[in-house]
Design a binder for this molecule. Structure first.
Ligand code: ACO
Length: 319
């Protein structure tokens, strides 16, 4: 059995901050941000929280799937920015959607989180442990960035996306995942480890990033892991219909497409609208493509996430 997507949903906060708004806070410009990243705006939470956004995305996925939430056996929620350490955000979602029979837990692998959670859900299904699993990616990056640091605050936004997987017969799902803790310092956010007596190190509690190191890592490792998954599947690159990649930066996605000698039209993007919502980028994009009817049954979809850890993962499945 494999997990087939039977419903998707997403949520983005109503408050929109475009590049011109940002230029009023830090020394930057719409032109610089668009040219270096492809980002035009980002949605930013006001009253919302990570678990609220996750719950709204989950409700929309349930509505689209037409399933009874009581059928969901497991909710895996990828996030690194839940408003509470515990209870986990997955339990909040369970309550919101009335998934009375579901177990739930959060997973943190930063921007790779959703793809790893998706792979985990597929493993539960192929092992015969679960038939119906909800996978969510949700992040409030606006709570983690230093709004005075122009090199990072321009990159991120807030949002959530959810998919529901149902066990069905079908093409086997192929997946891979890797980590490189040695390169962890390239991208950090240390707030949870700050001690009261360490308040002078407050700057540590925001995202710190070596942008060029992250860029180089992504453009090398993402093509590698895509090739690895294709080898495993015994498939060629040109048999993949859609490459749904983590939406960090348009230049990263363009460089990956170029390295794979694959037309950029197979790499959908929505980062102009949402910026980098970390674990939420892949499910938000999946929901958008699904609702626009871009993804057709039988088409092959490759997901790939990459980010802090450093971590990277990929998954090939049939829509
Ligand atoms: N506006 C204007 N100027 C800026 C800004 C800004 N927002 N940010 C930095 N600059 C300046 C720098 O100060 C520097 O000025 P200097 O030459 O006078 O010192 C100049 O622009 C060049 O800075 P670089 O950091 O070298 O710029 P670069 O071309 O590397 O672009 C960027 C920075 C966009 C972050 C790039 O490195 C990148 O895309 N990295 C990938 C990282 C990423 O996407 N991270 C997302 C989180 S991780 C993930 O999701 C995988």
């Amino acid at each position: 059995m494999v997990g087939k997507i039977c419903g998707t949903g997403s949520y983005a906060p109503h408050r929109v901050m475009d590049n011109h708004d940002l230029a009023k806070i830090v020394e930057t410009s719409d032109e610089w941000i668009r040219e270096r990243t492809g980002i035009g705006k980002r949605h930013i939470i006001e009253e919302e929280t990570t678990s609220y956004m996750a719950g709204q995305a989950a409700l929309r996925a349930v509505e689209q799937s037409g399933i009874d939430p009581a059928e969901i056996e497991l909710i895996i929620l990828a996030t690194s920015s839940s408003e509470t350490v515990f209870p986990c955000a997955a339990c909040e979602v369970q309550k919101t959607i009335g998934a009375v029979h579901a177990a739930g837990y959060d997973m943190n692998a930063a921007c790779t989180g959703f793809v790893l959670a998706f792979n985990t859900a597929q493993a539960y299904i192929s092992a015969g442990i679960c038939k119906t699993v909800m996978v969510i990616g949700a992040d409030s990056m606006s709570n983690l960035v230093d709004w005075t640091d122009r090199s990072t605050c321009i990159l991120f936004g807030d949002g959530a996306g959810a998919v529901i997987l149902r066990a069905e017969e079908g093409m086997p799902v192929h997946m891979a995942a890797h980590s490189d803790g040695v390169k962890g310092p390239a991208l950090t956010e240390l707030s949870r480890h700050r001690k009261d007596w360490d308040k002078e190190n407050d700057s540590e509690s925001y995202i710190h990033m070596d942008g060029q190191a992250v860029f180089k890592f992504a453009v090398r490792k993402v093509p590698e892991i895509i090739e690895e998954v294709l080898d495993q599947a015994g498939m060629r690159l040109d048999e993949v219909d859609h490459f749904v990649l983590h939406q960090a930066n348009r230049r990263i996605i363009e460089a990956v497409a170029k390295r794979l000698k694959t037309d950029i039209s197979k790499f959908p993007m929505n980062l102009e609208e949402y910026a980098n919502t970390s674990a939420a980028t892949v499910p938000i994009l999946l929901d958008e493509l699904n609702r626009k009817d871009v993804l057709k049954r039988g088409e092959k979809v490759m997901l790939s996430g990459f980010g802090a850890g450093l971590t990277w993962a990929a998954c090939l499945f049939e829509w």
